[in-house]
Design a protein. Sequence first.
Length: 107
Amino acid sequence: MPLFEVETTSHIMIAFAESEASARTFAQTNYPTEEILRVSQRPRDAWVISKNLLGLQADVDPCSTARECLANAAGDKLHAVRLYMHKTGSDLEQARKVVESNMSRGW
């Protein structure tokens, strides 16, 4: 079954679907209030995320940096966010997202 990427006004979904029409139906069923901006068929069983589009620098591993900050902060999220901001130059929102996503992975 083909893999489709469906972009709406607020989400990007990756879904297996029989056709482009069924991929659109999937998006409309799950997010009925959102406009579908783009639907494209992806190579089978492959999903690629661009680090550049996410704003990740090639020389910085945000996950290991966040885990290091969490360790140095003894698990204190606010302190870890401050450490991450200082170490990477990230803004508050970006630092919070990276630290929290690493906390959810079992820190």
